[in-house]
Design a protein around this ligand. Structure first.
Ligand SMILES: *Cc1c(COP(=O)(O)O)cnc(C)c1O
Length: 223
């Protein structure tokens, strides 16, 4: 079991270090629906970044693993009545897609903690009901955040509509990469483009992802 985890980690690490990459993408281990001991195993193998989508489940694990120096990312949809515990317990929030959420996180991030690291979630493809927002709102949030002392926007995150075709995956990721490059020209501090999951890792890497979010390919299927 533990050895399976380590074997899968090694395989993914290999995929990330394709020679073409000047700097391999970071690996965010998506641990939702997986137990604390699996997280601890990967932590001991060298992983520091873990992503969770469900707040109550995440808070339990953060508590259980508080001895470990883990960088916790909240990556799920955010309801506005849940922003306070998110602002208090996570280092990163990778799924901000509304101005109201950004404002609440800014007010609720405790002064004694470092600024919250934030990714803005870009909507890619036109699937109804999927989270994410458009370029205009992203630009607005970037400008607003200039005066938010407890918010540090680091870049974009996206979850394109699922597809098994590499070309389709690439065309979605290229849209995100293009916008990221445009925004970076105006906001040089942006350094993170989070895209690519178990199923579309290769396409995301080919399109310049700086951070992949991998659950299933690392932990196995969720229970
Ligand atoms: C669950 C999840 C992932 C990981 O998905 P896998 O297909 O299991 O790799 C990545 N990003 C987000 C936002 C998720 O919710």
């Amino acid at each position: 079991m533990q050895q399976d985890l380590i074997n899968r980690l090694n395989k993914i690490t290999e995929q990330l270090s394709v020679p073409a990459q000047e700097r391999p993408p970071q690996l965010l281990a998506v641990s939702k629906k997986h137990p604390p001991d699996a997280i601890a195993t990967l932590y001991r193998a060298g992983l520091k970044r873990f992503g969770e989508s469900y707040l109550q489940e995440a808070l339990r694990k953060i508590q259980a693993l508080s001895e470990l120096d883990i960088e916790w990312h909240f990556i799920g949809p955010i309801q506005s009545n849940k922003t306070k515990p998110i602002a208090e317990n996570f280092a990163w929030v990778d799924s901000v897609d509304r101005i109201k959420i950004l404002q609440r996180l800014s007010h609720q991030r405790p002064q004694n903690l470092p600024p919250l690291q934030v990714l803005l979630q870009l909507k890619i493809g036109n699937e109804a009901g999927k989270s994410g927002t458009d370029k205009t709102t992203i630009e607005q949030m970037l400008n607003m955040a200039k005066t938010m002392k407890q918010i540090n926007i680091r870049g974009l995150m996206c979850i394109p509509p699922p597809s098994d075709k590499f070309e389709q995956q690439q065309s979605h990721f290229m849209q995100a990469k293009q916008l990221f490059d445009q925004l970076q020209a105006q906001h040089p501090r942006l350094d993170t483009l989070s895209m690519g999951m178990s199923n579309d890792l290769q396409a995301a890497i080919a399109c310049g992802s700086t951070q992949v979010r991998v659950g299933t390919a690392l932990f196995g299927h969720r229970r």
